[in-house]
Every structure is written in C-alpha cells, then in structure tokens.
Design a protein around this ligand. Structure first.
Ligand SMILES: C[S@@+](CC[C@H](N)C(=O)[O-])C[C@H]1O[C@@H](n2cnc3c(N)ncnc32)[C@H](O)[C@@H]1O
Length: 321
C-alpha cells in the first residue's frame, strides 16, 4: 500500500457567516457583499473559465512570466521548503515550477472546499512524490497553519493578484500576517496586477463572452440557493469599471428596476440602477507595491515583469532584526 501523501484540514467552520454578512452588507450604504462569497463550486468553475478568456490578460500574463523566469524563480526560493498557497483554487500556476522546486510539503488553502480538494487530489495523483496538506480556510481571518507541520523554511505563493481584492490598508495588514506566518528568512512570491490603460483593464472585467458577468451574477444564484433569497436574475446586470481615483476595478450588480428582495425574514428595497458592490481589484505600480511590502517589514528581493508591463511577480524575504 503506497504511503498516503494527501491530508485534509477543515479550518473553516462558520456556516452562518453567509447570511449574517449578506444582511449586514445589504444594510450598508453603499450596499456591498464580500467577494469571498463568489466562490461556491459553480463560482470556482466560472473563475477557471475567466482565466482562459482572451480578454482576461492577468492569468495568461502571470503564467507567461512564471514560465519564462522559472529557473531564476526556483533558484531564488528556499530549498525543501514548506510551500503555502492561500486561495490556491485550481493550483494551476504552482504546477509550472513545483517539480523543479521539489518543496518538502505543499499546503494549498482555499475557501471553496470541494474545488480545492479536487485540485489537491489531482495534483497528488500526478505528483506522487509530493506531500500535500490541503486546508479549507478563510484568508481574511487570521492566517494559520494546521498543527504538526514540519519545521522547514516557509514560502508563501500568492498569485492571481488576489492581494488586489483588499483595500490598501487591509492589504498591508495581510502582508504583515503573511510575514508573521513566514518567520525570519521566509519568502513571499506574489503576483500583482499593474496600472495600465483603462481600456485594457475594463475589457478584462467586461469580457465579450460574458463569463465575468455570469460569475458576478452567480453570487445571487448562490444567495437564492443557500440563504433562501428571492433575487430574480432577469432583473440584475453586471456592471464593472475602472475607478482611476482609487486605482481599482470595481464590480457591481445593478438592479434594472425598482424591486423588493426577500432574504429569509429580511426585506430589501432596491431602486432602479441601485448597485451592490461585489469586488474591488486594486492596481499598483511596481514601486508602489514594493513600498507596501517594505511597510510590512518585507525585504524586496526580485521582481519579474512581462514585456508589455501588464503584470508583476514580486519576491520578498522576511528579515527580522
Ligand atoms: C482570484 S482567484 C485566484 C485563484 C488562483 N490563485 C489563481 O491565481 O488562479 C481567488 C481564489 O481565492 C479563493 N478565495 C477567495 N476569497 C478567499 C478567502 N477569504 N479565503 C480563502 N480563499 C479565498 C477563491 O476560492 C479562489 O480560488
């Protein structure tokens, strides 16, 4: 019998959060719902489709940087490390370099439990040498590892510009949390989308095949399925634009008419054109992001950028005095 190389840790046991967070968010002005709720099973699959779209440059550009600079990246990372990937999703980008890196252990984490389990199982089948500890968690809460993992040098891989979903002050706090988790000498390899022409940005989040719209609207389907909401999807539309003052793409769901929506015992009135803010995706320059890292006590080691200057991958090291 081959040694079992995959373990699962459920560190996300907060079943009532969805209802509470949605009621709180819809009660605010402006109304909002946290983006983490996009990712039910269907949402995770839709996100994977987004990454394949011609209009969605971030995924393909980040992949091309990882492929082009793989050797340099692998040589720069701690050998035999404990490789941790928050929000790993389909774990597709790590596959580009994990065989060359040969980490001592891989710890993918995600809020979308079934999706992450399926990705981790598939990886385990294809890479029988790899020790995997898959974790279901919420990375907006305290970042924690399961007990009992080996005491090896740590590397956090955080691709997909997921850091852009945090407000800059929360992004700083998150980098501090990562830095604490890593400890002295630990490394952070992080993908960050760059500021660029507004048209390129807006096309990426309003793709011509309508998959991003489907992804955004799927949130309402999830609320109908899981917390007995009665959103009529025919009366809502996807709305996304680049807010240049805040340097962020904003995604909203917009009501196409005056209407009342019920969620359990709660009733919400939406006027025509009223919006629910569902996601921000902040964009940085390389220098701005390096400064944020420095503020979090991270030492800037390297940065890799594509020729079109669309996307960046940064390597930071934790240096405590
Ligand atoms: C933008 S996708 C990026 C996926 C993948 N890392 C990539 O680069 O293609 C964000 C991922 O983070 C996960 N996620 C979102 N919010 C999360 C949270 N609060 N805690 C844990 N995972 C989260 C989603 O399920 C999804 O897999």
């Amino acid at each position: 019998m081959p040694e079992q190389k995959i373990h699962f840790h459920d560190m996300h046991s907060t079943a009532n959060d969805l209802l509470e967070d949605v009621i709180t968010g819809l009660g605010k002005s402006p109304r909002s719902i946290p983006p983490k709720y996009f990712y039910d099973e269907q949402g995770s699959q839709l996100f994977d489709r987004i990454t394949q779209l011609e209009d969605y440059y971030p995924a393909r550009t980040e992949i091309s940087i990882l492929q082009k600079y793989k050797q340099d990246i692998v040589q720069s990372l701690n050998k035999h490390c404990l490789l941790i990937e928050p929000g790993g999703g389909s774990c597709s980008k790590v596959r580009i370099f994990i065989n060359d890196l040969q980490p001592g252990m891989y710890v993918p984490m995600d809020i979308s439990k079934q999706h992450m389990l399926a990705s981790a199982k598939q990886m385990s089948k294809q890479m029988s040498w790899l020790d995997i500890h898959a974790v279901c968690n919420d990375f907006t809460l305290k970042l924690k590892l399961p007990d009992g993992l080996p005491d090896a040098a740590r590397v956090v891989f955080f691709p997909g510009s997921s850091i852009g979903n945090f407000q800059p002050s929360a992004a700083l706090q998150y980098l501090l949390d990562i830095s604490n988790l890593l400890g002295n000498g630990g490394q952070l390899l992080i993908g960050v989308d760059l500021k660029k022409d507004k048209n390129i940005l807006e096309r990426a989040y309003n793709d011509s095949e309508g998959v991003t719209a489907e992804f955004n609207l799927n949130l309402l389907t999830r609320l109908n399925n899981e917390i007995s909401a009665d959103f009529d999807l025919q009366t809502w539309s996807h709305y996304s634009f680049y807010n240049s003052e805040q340097s962020r793409i904003e995604m909203h769901l917009q009501s196409m008419c005056d209407q009342v929506v019920n969620i359990g015992d709660h009733e919400f009135y939406f006027a025509e054109n009223e919006k629910i803010h569902t996601e921000n995706s902040y964009k940085y320059t390389v220098e701005e992001f390096q400064l944020l890292g420095l503020e979090a006590g991270l030492q800037v080691d390297k940065v890799w950028v594509d020729d079109g200057k669309l996307f960046s991958i940064h390597l930071f090291t934790v240096k405590t005095k």
